[in-house]
Design a binder for this molecule. Sequence first.
Ligand SMILES: *[C@@H]1O[C@H](CO)[C@@H](O)[C@H](O)[C@H]1NC(C)=O
Length: 133
Amino acid sequence: MKPFVLRLSLIIFIPLTLSILFLILMPKETAMSKTYEVFGVTIHKNPSKSKLTQLGVSTWPKWEGGPLKIPWSFKEEETMYLLEGKVKVSVEVKGAVGSFEIGGGDLVVFPKGMNITWEVTEPVKKHYSLKKE
Ligand SMILES: *[C@@H]1O[C@H](CO)[C@@H](O)[C@H](O)[C@H]1NC(C)=O
């Protein structure tokens, strides 16, 4: 092989190989994990296993519920981890109603004193933890 061709192939193949290796070795849950806030509610999508272990999520009490729609008032800050299901959460802010959806794989923190409508659209299994003061 001519030196030029050799150099060119190195320029192409080394970064390509490194990129592929990075994609293979990168933990999948880190890649998909993200956190955002809506109406003061914090939603962590696909938190890492180590985060869940650190919080002790599997030792928290469990709640299960089929389709229902109820008004709910959070007397304490509540952190929940949804194992499965889907919930539409509606919030009234200054007379206007906004809503968002949470579901299986979400770690969600509702602030103390918040009023919502909790509408289970797909049967839910969750772990939850109340922050007592
Ligand atoms: C939530 O509802 C309770 C009881 O109806 C009320 O006392 C409280 O002011 C409400 N909180 C907010 C933030 O709207």
